[in-house]
Design a binder for this molecule. Structure first.
Ligand code: URA
Length: 270
């Protein structure tokens, strides 16, 4: 290969990276410009439908399996091990790390984001990239930090979607049983949902996060006797792109601080 071709290939690779194609998923590259194979003519007569009901799709089976293994986990360590062993979600195959949680599991506030990005995937910890650094500054402004027992942080998805694409509804549905169990085991006094994915997933909300934010809701979690007061707010990545929205985020932080100061700690049983 001559120098000109090498530099052309380097430029093509740089462009792929700029477009977010930063995961090698297969050993052999696919030639998407190749001629498609000739189509086969449709059979003249279709086979009759099977007399019995169709088997459940793999996704439905996988959700039931996720529910069963999540429910059977009696501790956070067991839940983490169950997630690491769960092969029902293809995101596990493309991610580098399982990103379970950070901070103090017995903290009064549990923060729930969407899913790991590139830095989180490399380090195996949530919110350690640019939006995590903003999140840490936001928390510090109301006297909270993941290092001093104030907050516990996790995500809806424990694995990074390749190229940071948005998670599909099926991927979220597969991960929700683990997240609900995670909340039940951590038993936080308050929950904060960062962005639309956790708000839609946990609250079943249909509105966008800019409408949902700032209003406390009750979150029912299987295994807990009482609902947890829950505050949807803007995701730090959104704030990095829309600095004008920081005023709303600041009001939400103040609301969180007030609620934390006014709610008495409950007796913990785990
Ligand atoms: N965004 C998220 O929602 N979670 C992370 O852990 C990092 C970025």
């Amino acid at each position: 290969m001559d120098a000109a071709m090498r530099s052309e290939l380097r430029a093509a690779l740089a462009l792929q990276l700029a477009w977010g194609a930063d995961e090698a998923l297969e050993e052999v590259a696919q030639d998407r410009l190749a001629e498609p194979p000739p189509r086969r003519a449709a059979p003249a007569v279709r086979a009759p439908a099977a007399p019995h009901a169709a088997a459940p799709t793999p996704a439905i089976g996988a959700v039931a399996r996720a529910e069963a293994v999540a429910e059977a986990s009696e501790t956070l360590a067991a839940l983490r091990a169950a997630l690491a062993a769960f092969d029902g979600c293809a995101l596990r195959d493309t991610a580098t790390s399982l990103v379970f949680a950070d901070g103090d599991p017995s903290a009064p506030v549990m923060l729930i984001g969407e899913g790991p990005g590139a830095e989180e995937d490399r380090e195996g910890l949530p919110f350690v990239g640019p939006s995590g650094r903003l999140l840490d500054r936001m928390l510090a402004s109301i006297g909270l930090s993941r290092r001093s027992g104030g907050v516990y942080i996790t995500n809806v998805l424990p694995w990074r979607p390749p190229g940071n694409r948005n998670p599909t509804d099926a991927e979220v549905a597969l991960c929700l049983p683990f997240l609900r169990r995670h909340i039940a085991l951590a038993r936080p006094r308050l929950v904060v949902l960062l962005g639309g994915v956790p708000a839609r997933g946990l609250l079943g909300a249909r509105e966008g996060i800019t409408r949902l934010r700032g209003r406390w809701r009750d979150l029912d979690v299987p295994g807990l006797d009482a609902p947890i007061p829950t505050l949807p707010t803007l995701h730090p990545a959104y704030l990095l792109r829309n600095p004008g929205a920081k005023r709303d985020a600041w009001n939400d932080l103040l609301s969180l601080r007030r609620r934390l100061d006014s709610t008495a700690p409950q007796m913990r049983q785990n």
